[in-house]
Design a protein around this ligand. Sequence first.
Ligand code: HEC
Length: 168
Amino acid sequence: MGCSRRERRRDENPPVGTVPVNYEPYTIALLDTVAANALQNPLTATGDVLEAGRKYYNTFCVVCHGVNGDGRGYIVPKFTMPPSLLSEKLLAWPDGRIYHTVSMGQGLMPNYRQQVPADKRWAIIHYVRALQRAALPLPEDSLAMKQGHFSFLDDEPDTAKPVLWPKR
Ligand code: HEC
């Protein structure tokens, strides 16, 4: 039995205009930073979104970029230390540019298009913003930390152990 050559060829070529399940086209070219900068984060930074961002950051990014985003992930120095996500440069980058970097990869960093769906990548960007704000608190943040006797930097996961994330 077995399928004929003609059928096999048809399998290899999905019908025009269709996309395989789970494939999200990303159309901005690697060097098109103008288009990347213009992308808007479609998500609002609600508690749930930040929690999802934290979960995905701590799954896919933490190994290199570190729990605080400072670039001291536990793979360093076996792997080249990545630049800090708390830099002036990253503070100035629009969300879209960070999203583009995660979607396309950059230099030694692979892209996360396949592993992390688009909405989760956007949630990660919100979480990176939260890490930046924790490292560089606004005056009202400093006041809240002082009054509440806590620090935004206290909330670090124990990266030595696998984290069991709550289902969402
Ligand atoms: C395997 C290690 C590794 C992982 C995992 C990783 N990165 Fe990176 N990342 C790097 C390195 C190395 C660079 C510097 C790349 C270069 O420019 O050569 C980088 C660069 C970046 C930059 C640009 C920084 C700049 O100053 O140019 C951003 C933004 C970034 N990563 C975000 C992320 C996010 C968000 C994740 C998780 C989805 C992630 N990275 C996962 C290693 C990693």
